[in-house]
Design a protein around this ligand. Structure first.
Ligand SMILES: [Zn+2]
Length: 158
């Protein structure tokens, strides 16, 4: 993000997750002035890689929708909590500076946060996205197949 005063580079000193998106405090690395930016959707260009090799843009609303399905009928979980979790994960990913993230990493981030407010929902999430081997599964995909475990030569190949 360019500094509005001198067009120098800036670094983020603080990220707050609000209902509307992200509020970031930044400091210019050149002139040292501080300024604040507001970002509605904080993850432009962030890609989610799925186990089947496909890649799609990160979609915070989709994540929120997935969390809503997981926490359906859980009276102690407010939609606002889920929205905050989705945005918090988004902020975490953006702050990490990564260009792509595995869906399993997103599920892991969601598990931690969901577990703090409702362990039952977290267990549901784990059950929904984890296959028998304990590996995290991607939404709508088949459980992991042995043929996808690359880099492990079979004994009979020698
Ligand atoms: Zn500056």
């Amino acid at each position: 993000m360019q500094c509005p005063y001198c067009s120098g580079d800036s670094s983020v000193t603080e990220t707050r997750v609000t209902a509307d998106g992200l509020r970031r405090r930044r400091v210019c690395t050149a002139c040292k002035r501080r300024f604040t930016t507001y970002e509605k959707l904080g993850a432009p260009g962030l890609k989610v890689s799925k186990r089947d090799g496909s890649v799609e843009p990160f979609d915070g609303d989709k994540l929120y929708g997935a969390l809503q399905r997981i926490a359906a009928h859980r009276e102690n979980v407010a939609d606002e909590d889920l929205r905050r979790i989705a945005r918090d994960i988004e902020a975490t990913l953006v702050d990490s500076g990564r260009k792509s993230v595995a869906w399993s990493d997103i599920v892991a981030l969601a598990l931690t946060r969901l577990g703090n407010i409702d362990p039952v929902s977290a267990q549901r999430l784990a059950a929904n996205y984890t296959d028998e081997s304990g590996a995290v599964r991607f939404d709508g995909s088949e459980p992991n197949r042995p043929t996808q475990q690359l880099g492990l030569p079979l004994d009979d190949e020698n």
